[in-house]
Design a protein around this ligand. Structure first.
Ligand code: TC6
Length: 696
């Protein structure tokens, strides 16, 4: 990393160029270099105007996220921003790329901001559980008004250059490069041909009544948030109006320091970095992915149509294959519906839709896939069905085509064995609905070729998904942990908790829905079919809770049947509690000689976390996942695990490995096979390490 702030002086203008690839994050090195360059410009009597610009693809995209949680290094970002704001010589910020977080705060400290078309500006700190702590909460409302400033800071979403100009966040959007425009403005100013906006003038826009109203409205809109950052942002904006300027900055700083030290902020940082880390596959660093343009999708159901839509959006040509004309028409209609919704929401232009539609073909036989570079099979989840498809694909697909299965549980090696080219076969486990879910598990078989794995990662990135590598086992990473979660919940159900208590406990813990609500939504028959598939190989000595089977036998297949764990009068979206289910559970307990005991919400949460983290530890030991953060990412992106808890492995670190292992040992007295702690716990504890230490 260069971490430089080069300075070039000429004609009264000092141009300082920030250079810290890839995103010019404002780490200690760059901050120090900028402070030095600024000092040089201020001390040079020949310099009258300072232009601040950035090399590479972007203006600083923020503070360096990796530095949070470590001892601070001078100069701090607030000190740097104060130095820019207090500069006796006007500073013109020439913006491009992603002007985010601390990067936007640095720009806000300048006297003038010029942007290029395509520049995006935002304050995403709230998504990291913190707030703009380098003057942003104080300067932004003065510049664009409290209401709009709160909108930007509470949503964390960026806005485009044109909108930023409308709001007064940038002074002008200029063609031909912002650095060149800044230099032109500086020259014109020095020649007395142009004026620079006065900071004081901007402050005169303040309307205290509107400001306080915006603060009150934002507060009442907060509801009962699980995270503290939004409330603290609003407090800071209020302080910007009510306190003297220097006290406002100090107020903001104190709030930032509180937030950055919370476990929630640590978890959100972990989630951000986990996403980037998952893409790093050291064994593939020099492997070239195969070219993928033409893709065949086998199966036009919800999954297949969703996958086809995503591929079309990324510029691929797609052939959708179904078993007959009727099923094909239905599959194509699903893609058309996705397109219509995207157009209605303004995410796709009608022209782009036409172009995408023109790249879509339909067929009723696999022979149509002879020219495909990649085939993704998204047929019925049954090994014999999938093996049959792969055997035929082996006959029709061109040599070198990547053959992928979208299985969510099945053995990719056995599916690959149906072909004479297992090196070309891989699992691509998409999540439903494909357009909303960013996760893809890339399931690598025993013989999958490195360039096939690299192709899967490249494709995932191209279609805007986050790929996580997984090995072959029943359920890979995500569904395996989900099974452990549900097993722990089922034990509690049989021991005395109601499904409603368990759901409420997990929602209170941060999941969007509890395990039984999710089962009802997905349909109880899906997991029932899987249990029946595995029945022959189940260890009879292991505890087996049959409540789910009893519900299915009683026709309670979930929401689609109007009843499952909950009752859905007239197919209501939200289920209501059902005494019949409680009676069925009570009967099941009685049949097994179990006397219901009291189960608290805390016990439910503790057991579920212990079960998930223990399964995660086993997954690591078996090499199914390469790193704990990959497991966390799968659970965050695919299973509704609360992002601010960072995933099961980080949550285990935060709960304390010793304490969690002790719990597992205690639980193992009830059910040894399920609860026995993986050996990894002991190894980490004895060496004073955490799961997070295994990430890099
Ligand atoms: C803040 O500023 C608070 C201020 C208050 C201070 C008091 N730090 O995402 P990509 C790395 S909070 C460190 O793959 P893209 C990233 O890890 C911050 N590193 O690229 C990756 O590294 P790797 C507010 C960062 O083109 C590489 O850059 N800012 C940071 O898909 C490429 O990243 C944000 O929240 C960072 N801030 O997207 C913005 N940002 O190659 C966070 C990136 O070693 N960043 N890296 O794996 C983003 O949203 C995106 O990175 C992007 C570029 C849109 C800038």
């Amino acid at each position: 990393m260069t971490e430089e702030a080069g300075i070039a002086i000429g004609d009264g203008i000092a141009t300082i160029t920030l250079d810290n690839p890839p995103v010019n994050a404002l780490g200690a090195g760059l901050r120090g270099a900028l402070m030095t360059a600024l000092g040089a410009a201020l001390h040079d009597p020949g310099v009258q105007v300072i232009v601040l610009t950035a090399a590479g693809r972007t203006w600083p995209a923020g503070a360096d996220i990796r530095e949070f949680g470590r001892p601070p290094e001078a100069p701090s970002l607030p000190e740097l921003c104060q130095a820019v704001a207090g500069s006796a010589k006007p500073v013109i910020a020439a913006l491009h790329g992603m002007v985010l977080g601390g990067g936007l705060e640095l720009a806000l400290a300048a006297r003038v901001r010029l942007a290029e078309p395509g520049t995006e500006l935002g304050l995403p700190e709230v998504t990291l559980g913190i707030l703009p702590g380098a003057g942003g909460t104080q300067r932004l409302p003065r510049l664009i008004g409290a209401k709009r400033a709160l909108g930007l800071m509470l949503s964390g979403l960026p806005i485009g250059a044109a909108r930023a100009e409308e709001l007064g966040l940038v002074d002008a959007v200029t063609e031909g490069g912002s650095a060149a425009a800044a230099e032109r403005l500086a020259r014109a100013y020095l020649a007395g041909e142009a004026e620079l906006p006065e900071v004081e003038e901007q402050r005169r826009r303040v309307d205290p009544g509107a400001w306080l109203l915006a603060v009150a409205a934002a507060r009442s809109g907060l509801g009962d948030p699980q995270l503290p950052a939004p409330g603290r942002i609003i407090d800071c904006v209020e302080a910007a109006l009510l306190l003297p300027e220097d006290e406002g900055f100090a107020f903001e700083r104190a709030a930032f320091e509180d937030l950055v030290a919370t476990s929630e902020a640590a978890a959100l940082r972990h989630a951000f970095l986990a996403e980037r880390r998952a893409a790093k596959q050291p064994d593939l660093a020099h492997v070239k992915p195969r070219e993928i343009h033409n893709v065949g999708v086998v199966g036009g159901g919800l999954m297949g149509a969703g996958i086809a839509t995503a591929l079309l959006g990324a510029g691929c040509s797609v052939t959708l294959v179904e078993r007959d004309g009727e099923a094909l028409a239905a599959g194509l209609a699903r893609v058309a519906t996705h397109h219509e919704r995207a157009v209605a929401k303004g995410r796709l232009s009608p022209e782009a839709r036409e172009a995408e539609w023109a790249r879509l073909a339909g067929a009723t036989g696999l022979a149509a896939l002879a020219g495909s570079d990649l085939v993704i099979e998204a047929a019925y989840e049954d090994e014999a069905v999938k093996a049959g498809i792969f055997a035929e694909l082996d006959r029709v697909a061109r040599p070198g085509a990547v053959l992928a299965t979208n299985t969510s549980y099945l053995d990719v090696n056995r599916i690959a064995a149906a072909t004479a080219r297992p090196g070309d076969v891989i699992g691509l486990h998409f999540f439903s609905p494909v357009q909303a879910m960013r996760l893809v598990e890339v399931v690598v078989g025993a013989e999958t070729a490195p360039d096939v794995i690299a192709s899967a990662f490249a494709l995932a990135r191209r279609i805007g998904k986050v790929a996580v590598r997984a090995g072959v086992c029943d359920g890979f990473i995500g569904n395996r942990i989900l099974t452990a979660y549900r097993t722990a919940a089922d034990f509690l159900l049989e021991d005395g908790a109601s499904p409603y208590e368990i759901d409420r406990a997990m929602v209170a813990w941060g999941f969007p829905a509890g395990p039984y609500q999710v089962l009802d939504m997905a349909g109880l028959d899906i997991s029932w079919a899987r249990r029946r598939r595995l029945a022959a190989t189940r260890d009879p000595a292991r505890r087996y809770v049959a409540i789910g089977d009893r519900l299915c036998e009683a026709g309670r297949l979930g929401r689609k049947a109007g009843k499952g764990y909950y009752l859905y009068p007239e197919r209501a979206w939200q289920g209501v509690e059902d005494p019949d289910v409680l009676a069925l559970i009570a009967a099941e307990r009685e049949a097994r000689g179990i006397v219901a005991r009291e189960v608290t919400a805390a016990e439910i949460q503790d057991r579920v976390l212990a079960a998930m983290a223990n399964e995660g530890a086993r997954i690591l030991e078996e090499g199914i996942a390469a790193r704990p953060s990959d497991i966390d990412l799968v659970m965050l992106l695919g299973y509704g695990f609360p992002r601010w808890r960072g995933g099961p492995m980080l949550a285990a670190d935060q709960a304390g490995l010793l304490a969690l292992r002790k719990r597992l040992v205690d639980y193992a007295r009830e059910e040894e096979a399920f609860w026995r702690p993986a050996a990894l716990w002991e190894e980490l504890i004895k060496n004073g390490r955490k799961f997070a230490d295994l990430n890099d």
